[in-house]
Every structure is written in C-alpha cells, then in structure tokens.
Design a protein around this ligand. Structure first.
Ligand code: ADP
Length: 521
C-alpha cells in the first residue's frame, strides 16, 4: 500500500481529528465545486481528490490518494507526464500549468473521456503543489460533433438540391446568414458585403419580373401571405437563372418585421427542360392537328370529288338539253335524277366519313388516373406558370385503373386546362388557380374534374360549346371541346360542365373502370 498523504497529515497536531478553520473551508470548497479538483505534489502524487472527481473518475479517496496522477490519463499523456513534471520543476517551462487545455482522461473502468483541464501552481509552500480543475466536456463534444455533422450534411444536401437558405434582418444591426450554396446560386463571393432587399430587387431580379416580385415581397411583409414565387435573376456575368423563392417574415409583438427567413431553389435546369418539352409538345400538337385535318381534307376531297364532278356534268347536260327548242323533258328529268343520286352519294360519303372519325379505334391499356395527372402536371404546369396560374392536384387514393388511351386522355385534360387558363386571364391574383381532381363516381366510373375560377360560361354559349368551330376567342379554333367530347365518348365516358361554386366553371368527364365498348353517336 502506498503511503497516503492528506492535508490533515501536514502541519496538524493530531491528524484527522483537529482541523483548522482554513482546512475545513478548503474541504467544503473542494466538495462543493462542480468541476473535479485534484491536488498533486511535485512528483505527481495525488493528495486531494474532490467529490466531483470521485464521481467523474469512479475512484474513492482511499483508492486514489497517494497514487500518481498519470493513472488518470490515457496514453500518450500517461507516458509523457513524468517528463512534463520534471521539465517544469527544473526549467519552469510550462505546457499546461497556468493555462487551460483540452485533454483526455481515463476513468477507473478504463473508459476515456474528453475534458478541459486547467492547472495552477500553489506557490509559497514546500514542496510545491499543483491544483488541477477538470470538467467533463463529453456532452459538449458530442453536441459539437452532431452540429458539425448536421451542418456538413445540410451543406451537402443544399449542394445536391441546388438550394440555399438565408436569414435577413431588415434593420441591419443583427448579422444576416446566407448559406454557402446560396452564394453559389447568386454568383457572389462569401466575403462580399451583405445583400439587402432593395438591392436584390434592383441588381438581381430580372426587370420583367421585378414588379411581380416586389408586390409579393410587400404581401409577405404585410403578413398577408408567405412568399412562394418563381422568377428569373440576372447574375453579374449576365447569365440568367430561374429561382423558386419561398420565405416568411417573422413579426414582433408590435407587428414590426424582425427577420425574413427563406429558401431559394435554383430550378434553371428543370425549367429549361420543361420549356424545351413544351416547345416540342406545341410543335407536335400543331403537326398532329395539321396532319389529321390534312388527311381528313384529302380523304374528303377525293371521296366527294367524284359525285361532284358527276353532278357538274349532268347539270351541264341539263343546260344543253333545255336550250334545244324541241328538247325531250324525259331526258332532262333523267339528268336531274342523276344529279339527285350523285348528291345523295356525296351525302353518304360524308356520313360514312363522320362515322369513321367517330368510331376510330383507340389504343386501350390500364391507366392509373392519379398517375396520369402527375405525369401531365409538368406539361400543364409550364403553361400555367407562363400565365402566372397555380396548378393543384387533388387525387382521391386509391383509385381503380381505367381502360383508356393515355395519350388521348392527356389531350383531353390539356385542352380543359388550357381553356381554364384562358378563362382566368383577367382574374385577380388570389383566384388564379386551376384544380384537377380525381375521384370514384357512381357506377364504377372514375371522374376527373378541371376547376377554374375564371369568367364562367355565358348562358347563350352553353348550348353551342361542343359544336365544332364554336369559339369566343379571337385566336380559338373551337375544336377543343368537340374533339375532347368525341375522345371521352369513344372511351365510353361522358363530358359535361357545371358552374363552379362562386365563379368560373367545372368541366367533368368520366371513364368506366372496366373495359367498355366503343360507342358511336
Ligand atoms: P377554343 O378554346 O379553341 O375556342 P373550345 O372548344 O376549347 O375551343 O372551347 C369553346 C368555347 O367554350 C371557348 O371559346 C369558350 O368560350 C368556352 N369555354 C371553354 N372552356 C371554358 C371555361 N373553362 N370557362 C369559360 N368558357 C369556356
């Protein structure tokens, strides 16, 4: 057993029984301290071991007092400690003494933990003593590590998503925060001075979008609506980016703005791809319309040309016959009969052609309507965004599949959405939304509805809506609804409209769940 030194042993007449006032005060202080306190002599032998030290290291005073303090250290501190002590005692060169330092310590059970250590030299006594204060920083280190990790992960996530975030203070007296990715998106250096709102509007936001963005900022500041807007910015190098900006103003109790918190998502690549897809789609739609009409016109011309030519020939024959002074009425009647027969034949050609168009075979496959709407969203959304209109899907789940030609269904829905967008061209900001819903209707039918808050339908227009070439638009074709209805009917469904609750229109169509027989008119 090593001999144990205690303060009571030193200088007291009767060890452990009589303690000086100072001695008692020192003990009380030692035990009250939150930090672990250890007193060692010039050899590193432990003389005092506070209550907090006992709890932290797991030793009782009997176990540890008299042993060398290096036993509380893991390597390399343990093997280097004697050298430190010796150097300090002979040269006065201090590594830790007089300053604080972060080190690692070892408990009785061998576990190692990080701690802050500060050591003081108790001067004026011989031999010299040293007093060490140790505070366990495991929790702080863990929190720091967790924070560091989540910050690294957040930065990586922001980089991958091309999304940055910020906190801005209008007064300018509290430091703003801009994430590194936000700096990259806006093409500014992190060391540049802070970006203020007005400067952002003037310097970054594209002139064409400035008014809209400024109005949205004002609505957010007035607490009317959080910011959720897409616009373009022009960077210093002249390049243009599309951003999706979401933000909120945090207000104080008196309504003043404390800060703006927001995210900015660089959606340039997605928008470009969508714009290209839209242009392509427009071209395709244009071509398909042209070619369908062209084919129909060519077929129609060919089929009708023959009876028309025959009618012309018989009409000329009639003229010739009638001009003859002694013409035979029977001959004229026979020619007129031919004219009549050929006219009926032309009528029959047209009727057959109409039937052919109506009964045109459609390519059927099982279609999930909600997924169809999701797929269509990108195309429809591009169109909607261009007209500053929000598009919302509200799909009942789960829905049974319908048996349909997905391309034709998309054409129908795009048509209805296009009409809804047109109908809202003059609508105020809060009404500029098209809602697409899917739900299970009666009789094993799925119902898809396109809802707008536009002009609604004039009563005098409603009875002509589905007639081909009926349009109220200067550049309309009047074919959209007629074609849509014939497609829906070919699928065994119905297309109709109802007024929307407050304003605008709802266009509904149904599709049977099970395979349906194609029907003509
Ligand atoms: P187009 O849109 O090319 O004129 P459509 O057949 O799609 O041809 O529509 C015919 C007409 O029906 C439109 O011109 C318009 O007057 C009316 N209409 C269609 N959808 C709506 C709607 N959602 N709201 C108001 N009117 C509509």
């Amino acid at each position: 057993m090593p001999r144990k030194h205690t303060r009571a042993d030193r200088g007291a007449a009767s060890p452990r029984t009589v303690r000086s006032h100072q001695e008692l005060e020192f003990r009380a202080l030692l035990d009250a301290a939150v930090d672990a306190i250890i007193v060692v002599d010039h050899h590193g032998t432990i003389e005092e071991f506070s209550r907090a030290a006992q709890q932290l290291f797991g030793y009782t005073p009997d176990e540890i007092i008299g042993r060398n303090v290096r036993e509380l250290m893991p390597d390399p501190y343990r093997s280097e400690h004697d050298g430190y002590m010796h150097r300090y005692m002979t040269t006065g060169e201090a590594r830790i003494i007089g300053t604080g330092r972060e080190v690692r310590a070892q408990r009785k059970d061998g576990s190692v933990f990080p701690c802050d250590l500060s050591v003081g030299h108790v001067r004026g006594i011989d031999p010299p003593r040293f007093i060490g204060f140790i505070s366990d920083i495991t929790a702080r280190k863990l929190a720091e590590e967790r924070l560091r990790r989540s910050e690294t992960e957040l930065q990586l996530a922001q980089k991958l998503a091309n999304l940055g975030n910020y906190v801005m203070h209008p007064g300018g007296d509290t430091a703003d925060y801009f994430s590194p990715q936000l700096h990259r998106i806006l093409g500014v250096d992190e060391s540049e001075r802070r970006i203020v709102r007005d400067e952002y509007l003037d310097r970054w936001v594209h002139p064409a979008d400035r008014k809209r963005v400024s109005e949205a900022f004002s609505r957010m500041d007035a607490g009317q609506a959080p910011l959720d807007i897409e616009y373009q910015v022009v960077l210093k190098d002249g390049s243009v980016k599309h951003l999706h900006h979401i933000a909120q103003a945090m207000l104080g109790p008196d309504g003043t703005i404390l800060k703006h918190v927001g995210t900015i998502h660089d959606v340039t690549d997605r928008r470009r791809a969508e714009d290209e897809a839209r242009v392509l789609q427009e071209r395709l739609t244009h071509f398909s319309r042209l070619s369908t009409m062209g084919e129909m016109a060519a077929g129609l011309a060919h089929e009708i040309n023959q009876p028309l030519a025959a009618i012309a020939t018989y009409a000329q024959a009639c003229q010739r016959l009638i001009r003859q002074p002694d013409h035979d009425v029977e001959d004229v009647l026979a020619a007129l009969e031919q004219i009549n027969a050929q006219a009926l034949r032309a009528g029959e050609v047209i009727r057959r052609l109409r039937n052919f168009v109506k009964n045109r075979e459609v390519k059927r496959e099982p279609v999930n309507c909600s997924r169809l709407l999701e797929d269509l969203r990108t195309l429809a959304e591009t169109d909607a965004r261009l007209h500053n209109i929000r598009l919302r899907l509200d799909c009942e789940e789960p829905l049974p599949t319908v048996y349909a030609d997905p391309i034709q269904l998309q054409q129908v829905i795009l048509n209805l959405v296009r009409n809804a967008i047109d109908a809202m061209s003059e609508a105020p900001e809060d009404r500029r939304e098209v809602v697409l819903t899917t739900r299970m209707a009666a009789d094993r039918e799925v119902e898809i509805t396109v809802i707008d808050q536009g002009t609604g339908l004039a009563p005098e227009a409603t009875e002509h809506l589905f007639n081909p070439f009926f349009t109220t638009k200067s550049s309309g074709t009047g074919l959209g609804l007629a074609i849509s209805r014939s497609i829906v009917r070919a699928h065994g469904g119905r297309l109709w409209h109802t007024p929307n609750d407050v304003c605008g229109a709802r266009f509904h169509f149904t599709l049977p769940v099970s395979p349906a027989v194609t029907t003509g008119e």
